[in-house]
Ligand binder design. Sequence first.
Ligand code: FES
Length: 152
Amino acid sequence: MITDRTLAKYPPKAEYLLLILHEIQDSHPQNYLPEEELRRVAEYLNTTLAAVYGVVGYYTMFSITPRGKHVIRACRSPMCDALGADDIIQALEEELEIEPGQTTDDGLFTLELSECLGLCAGAPAMMVNGEVHENLDRARIRAVLQDYRRRS
Ligand code: FES
């Protein structure tokens, strides 16, 4: 079980909850936090499942539903919006043949929309898993997706 391997690395203290959640999600092939894993985390940290769900629900980077191997977070906040985020999001939808919130049939990509990613100087921008992609246009989107397909 992913959780037991992860928990073994951390003392049973609430301050490690975010690190534990990140590690479990990143280790899961479907990039999410299953309830049985969250239940185990709650037991380990001597807290309630509701408290763990409260933290998971607060942060948009966590998911309790299965996602693709690569989670694309496309920024739609003002700076990116002013520099073409709509066109970038449309290009992603067309290339992946999905809408925001959906996962491609091959399980490779999930498309999510995000508030500011802190990459405004490189707007329009997106993140794929933890990797930054800036100054996007349609050609760059195609190249980035191709690169992830090749790596998978
Ligand atoms: S507005 Fe898009 S990264 Fe800040």
